[in-house]
Write a protein that binds this ligand. Structure first.
Ligand code: G6Q
Length: 550
């Protein structure tokens, strides 16, 4: 594979960055009154304004050339047509099939996967209706009031984020909880307020071998049996979501209470599958179907729009622009929506696990960087925490600001206050405050000359800080589906340009192996000493102190 950084398209962008680097967005706006019209677009009920970027029409043209060099359009077709593009695991990447609302078949090795997808959706519908309507009762005949999803990583972050984002649509009679950490505190604190007779556990694990999930599931099972005094209670209080029926049965969950999915669904892309069962329980299956509809809308936009009018393509390429040509290393996700407060953590996994790769699809060490550090928090909280660095720090941070025109909670003028902050921040990040403006302000405040000179440099804001603004009409299940799919496809676009496999996760697998080895050495009698001096020392200290204080 020819390394993309040797291509003429890449070199053209490199030259172009050196031309544009010192141009201020203030100038770009002053020169072009139609900039917003040219650099914004709408799709699936989402407005993307990308005009507050260090980019011109020429930049966008050069980025599109790079996408063509990377053969992006063909790779999009490959994903949608079920090719095994996850080459290191020999798997297709078909999360798009999970939300297909079309009658067209989705073929994998010549076989339509849609009948299986629809069968699991029907099973989810029956089950979630039964629990929500009180037809599925606990072992002692009580209605289920609490659902605890036990899963980690991709089997936790998606459902957790969506259930919280759509809390407005939740049935108040059914609370959904999420336990992921192997630190028992997570489970213990969650169970404290729950009644075993009315609690249903979903054990969610694609492999059903993940240490954290199995440890929590076993502890939950003991908690249930101890309270209900009968092993057979498990059948009414435990269901599983997995691709591994044998391990589900070995754990003691009836496979009749199992919801399946397939190896062509990556963990971090699985909330659309049965991994979304806690979402369906929380908001009801019609709303879950709306979530899928929204994702499908974005899939169609991504698959069918030309690259220059394609929202995920534009966002992905702008990310490449800053990362590879501007040296920007971190990207902030800033939802001005309390319901979306878990979105940064969700996208952190989606992006960093997908694109945190150092070799190309064919195993060559890359000569350019990939995968920004993704982080963030809900506005306005973030403004009172880390925005200082974004405004005045020494490194350039790019950000996505996300909000809705209408709030589910229009309390007084609070939504207007929230949105005033949203608009003011992106404007301030773009414009900054020049020395003259800062000076005028200090003069107005009546500062004496000496104090003014001392304070002036601190009051200057360079501006020219790039932001994307994303405006939804309202945070509905459908819009949320489109928003998540937008980011999934953005990540895909970047992975293709970087020539990497965005769909494996060997770094996660490593953690799973290593913890198992060390666990064996933590017993009293086991020898420690096979590691480096630091690890040996830490292990010895830990074991001695456990003994001393036990
Ligand atoms: C996601 C990753 C990873 C995975 C967890 C849980 O893409 O593969 O986060 O989801 O490690 O794995 P299981 O679902 O197999 O328990």
């Amino acid at each position: 594979m020819n390394s993309i950084d040797k291509s003429s398209e890449w070199l053209a962008l490199k030259r172009h960055w050196s031309e544009i680097e010192y141009r201020h967005m203030r100038e770009l706006f002053a020169e072009d009154s139609a900039r917003f019209d040219r650099m914004s677009l709408q799709a699936c009920g989402i407005l993307l304004d990308y005009s507050k970027n260090r980019a011109t029409s020429e930049t966008m043209g050069l980025l599109m050339d790079l996408a063509e060099r990377a053969d992006l359009a063909a790779w999009i077709r490959r994903m949608f047509s079920g090719e095994r593009i996850n080459n290191t695991e020999g798997r297709a990447v078909l999360h798009v099939a999970l939300r297909s609302c079309s009658d067209e078949p989705v073929l994998l090795d010549g076989e339509d996967v849609m009948p299986q997808v629809r069968a699991v959706l029907a099973q989810m519908k029956d089950f979630s209706n039964a629990v929500r309507d009180g037809d599925w009762l606990g072992y002692t005949g009580y209605r289920i009031t609490d659902v605890v999803n036990i899963g980690i990583g991709g089997s936790n972050l998606g459902p957790l984020m969506v259930a919280e984002a759509l809390r407005h649509y939740q049935d108040p009679g059914l609370n959904v909880h999420f336990v992921s950490n192997v630190d028992a505190t997570h489970l213990v604190e969650t169970l404290k307020s729950l009644n075993p007779e009315t609690t249903l556990f979903i054990v969610a694990s694609k492999t059903f071998t993940t240490q954290e999930t199995l440890a929590n599931a076993k502890a939950a099972r003991r908690w249930c049996i101890e309270a209900l005094k009968d092993e057979s209670a498990v059948a009414r209080h435990f269901v599983a979501v997995s691709t591994n029926a044998a391990e589900v049965a070995a754990f003691g969950i009836d496979t009749g209470n199992m919801f399946g999915f397939w190896d062509w669904v990556g963990g971090r892309y699985s909330l659309w599958s049965a991994i979304g069962l806690p979402i369906a329980l929380a908001i009801g299956m019609p709303n879950f179907m709306q979530l899928l509809q929204g994702a499908y809308d974005m899939d169609c936009h991504f698959r069918d729009s030309k690259l220059s009018e394609n929202m995920p393509v534009i966002m992905g390429l702008l990310g490449v622009w800053y990362h590879n040509f501007g040296g920007v290393r971190t990207h902030a996700i800033l939802p001005y929506d309390q319901y979306l407060r878990h979105l940064p953590a969700y996208l952190q996994q989606a992006d960093m696990e997908s694109n945190g790769k150092r070799v190309s699809r064919d195993g060559q060490q890359l000569s350019y960087t990939t995968g920004p550090v993704v982080w963030g928090a809900a506005g306005t909280d973030g403004q009172h925490a880390f925005y200082q660095l974004i405004h005045q720090g020494t490194q350039l941070v790019t950000s996505d600001f996300i909000a809705s025109v209408h709030s589910h909670n229009e309390l007084g003028d609070q939504h207007l206050k929230l949105m005033a902050n949203f608009f003011a921040q992106t404007e301030a990040l773009m414009k900054g405050r020049t020395e003259d403006e800062a000076m005028a302000e200090l003069v107005n405040a009546g500062l004496a000359e000496e104090a003014l000179a001392a304070l002036l440099p601190h009051k200057v804001f360079p501006g020219n800080r790039p932001t994307n603004s994303l405006l939804l009409d309202r945070l509905t299940p459908q819009r949320l589906g489109s928003l998540i799919a937008l980011y999934e496809h953005k990540i895909f676009v970047q992975g293709i340009v970087w020539q990497i496999n965005s769909f494996d996760q060997w770094g996660v697998e490593l953690g799973k192996q290593l913890a198992g080895v060390v666990l064996g050495e933590l017993s009293e009698e086991a020898d420690v000493g096979r590691h480096d001096a630091s690890t040996n020392g830490l292990l010895a200290y830990f074991k001695q102190n456990r003994l001393r204080h036990s």
